[in-house]
Design a protein around this ligand. Structure first.
Ligand SMILES: [Zn+2]
Length: 261
């Protein structure tokens, strides 16, 4: 008898809740996903199949290009790459502002679907570098962003050398020590591009082994790794650039400072 009564109460509660739900204005959202190699790609349904295939093909090319930049052979990690239509969705899913977000610990990348100036290559580089080189030291955030900027670009036709020369001639250059310890406190157009320049400079002139050590150990170990100080590097760059660019270059800072939007 008691059992029957309990059952009736439960049934009553379930039915009432179901009826309640009927009053809500339910909507359905379709997410399309496909696994290609080790990556599962998610797309909103308004993106055509043709565009999805193009975006996936581009991602495959980005992975190859990033492997070249990292001087590594393969990347097979199972991750989710989630494309969304708006910045608002990026914020909703990740809690972060931006055109793309890489979540290494969640094995997931979120990116806008825009095909021009897409952030996906940059975000994929974050996933790949953290996997293949390890989690960078706190004071290596600038290399982490620098290498991703080297990969994904910076929405300008100026070369990194020209950009660095402009920072030198205009007094906008940020000291490497400040880049390493206060990265988020400066104009991000400058921090990202200056870091890309410096990362490439270290990579090209002193090789990957040292750069990977710096990545893992942080700026505190710079002298021990390179055999000269951070100031020494900055002085060397100033004298090299004096020879390379004896005169000031023309540079449209206002345009450049708009970044990728
Ligand atoms: Zn980044």
């Amino acid at each position: 008898m008691i059992k029957k009564a309990i059952f009736s109460i439960i049934l009553f509660v379930v039915v009432v809740n179901m009826l309640k739900g009927q009053n809500y204005d339910w909507k359905q959202q379709t997410i399309n996903y496909v696994k290609v190699d080790s990556i599962t790609y998610y797309f909103p349904s308004n993106i055509s199949i043709e565009d999805r295939v193009k975006i996936i093909d581009d991602c495959k090319k980005d992975i190859k290009a990033n492997l070249m930049i990292l001087n590594e052979k393969e990347y097979n990690k199972a991750i989710d790459v989630v494309f969304v239509n708006t910045r608002k969705e990026i914020l909703r899913y990740t809690g972060q502002q931006g055109r793309g977000v890489a979540y290494y610990y969640r094995n997931a990348v979120f990116s806008l679907t825009n095909q021009n100036d897409s952030p996906i290559k940059h975000e994929m580089m974050h996933m790949m570098s953290a996997e293949l080189w390890g989690i960078p030291a706190n004071s290596s955030l600038w290399i982490y962003e620098g290498i991703a900027t080297l990969s994904g670009g910076y929405c300008s036709n100026y070369t990194l050398d020209e950009v660095y020369q402009y920072y030198l001639q205009s007094g906008k250059v940020i000291g490497i020590d400040s880049l390493a310890h206060n990265f988020r406190n400066y104009n991000d157009v400058i921090t990202y591009t200056e870091s890309a320049f410096l990362t490439k400079y270290l990579m090209d002139n002193y090789g990957y082994d040292k750069l990977k050590k710096l990545w893992a150990k942080g700026l505190e170990s710079f002298k021990e790794i390179y055999g000269f100080s951070v100031n020494g590097l900055e002085e060397k760059l100033v004298s090299e650039f004096k020879i390379k660019y004896p005169k000031k270059i023309a540079f449209d800072w206002e345009e450049f400072n708009k970044g990728c939007n």
